[in-house]
Design a protein around this ligand. Structure first.
Ligand SMILES: Nc1ncnc2c1ncn2[C@@H]1O[C@H](COP(=O)(O)OP(=O)(O)OP(=O)(O)O)[C@@H](O)[C@H]1O
Length: 278
């Protein structure tokens, strides 16, 4: 199969892609979605046939306007939502074709950074980051300590081990959530709007940290955001989700240089163009 760098769907026309399913089936990606459909309570579809194979060992940013289904997409990838139709495969397995226990085991290979870091309020920072190691491994406390402190150091929080989550700033909570997401050495890391609630400087610093740590640790990173500046800093690949469809997927340089009016409007944030309020 020829290599496919990117595709764009504008006005129902697909450009730059020979086989709409090809991108997902190209190399047997770690995370693949094929024709995923989802609606809630019989209302209009939130996801309308999303097909994508996320680039391996790269950071893909999925951008899209508010309410377009980005978080719903992420919840499908991590197995928190089941598609009405279509398949979600991770590590080559359809996650809804396996037992609950197997799905649980697959999930352990994911790290997820939720919007607020999703820290346990009753535990200090150290115990929050140690939690996945204590729950999912039989490592000794001395070994756990080494891993936790190494990760807290990487995110610049080694001095804050005793703090409770409510004593941390929003940026610190996100960095702590990121450290916790990495301690089990996940193959896939998912980020739900890592930039939400942060000022532009802290957003930039967090994005730089994510890029540096990705260079260090590798893995398939999928970042959900509507912040174009974050996408600029982070992305190797960009997906654009609009009206429940992934209307563009390709290398970041190509997306930012694209002449396609839809992609251009999206990435420049222009009010004028084919995208409307809906
Ligand atoms: N559990 C649910 N039940 C019913 N509707 C839902 C549910 N989850 C999401 N939706 C609906 O799906 C649509 C997409 O929501 P989603 O949170 O994925 O948007 P988003 O693109 O992540 O938006 P934002 O950028 O504002 O976070 C919204 O209309 C939302 O109300």
């Amino acid at each position: 199969m020829p290599s496919i760098d990117s595709y764009t769907i504008s006005d129902g026309t697909v450009t730059g892609m020979l086989d709409p399913a090809g991108l997902a089936n190209q190399n047997g990606h770690t995370v693949e979605l094929h024709e995923v459909w989802k609606s809630f309570d019989g209302s209009e579809s939130v996801l309308s046939g999303v097909t994508v194979g996320f680039a391996e060992n790269a950071i893909t940013t999925v951008l899209g306007p508010s309410g377009t289904g980005k978080s719903v997409l992420l919840k499908h990838i991590v197995g928190l939502l089941e598609p009405d139709a279509g398949t979600v495969s991770v590590f080559g397995q359809n996650i809804w074709d396996v037992s609950k226990q197997e799905r649980y085991e697959l999930r352990k290979r994911f790290g997820v950074l939720f919007q607020d870091g999703a820290l346990f309020g009753s535990m200090n920072l150290y115990d929050n980051v140690a939690f996945p190691l204590r729950k999912h491994t039989d490592k000794r406390e001395s070994e756990i300590r080494k891993i936790v402190m190494a990760h807290l150091k990487e995110v610049g929080l080694e001095q804050a081990t005793d703090k409770a989550p409510n004593e941390l700033s929003g940026g610190m909570r996100k960095r702590a959530g990121y450290a916790r997401a990495l301690v089990l050495r996940p193959d896939v890391v998912l980020f739900d709007e890592p930039d939400s609630g942060l000022d532009p400087v802290r957003t930039k610093l967090l994005c730089q940290l994510i890029s540096e740590m990705h260079r260090e640790h590798g893995g398939t990173y999928i970042v959900i955001t509507h912040d174009i500046a974050s996408a600029h800093t982070l992305s190797d690949y960009i997906g654009l989700l609009w009206r429940g469809k992934l209307v563009h997927y390709g290398k970041a340089e190509g997306a930012f240089a694209s002449e396609d009016p839809f992609v251009r409007q999206f990435l420049s944030g222009d009010a004028a163009g084919p995208l409307g309020m809906d």
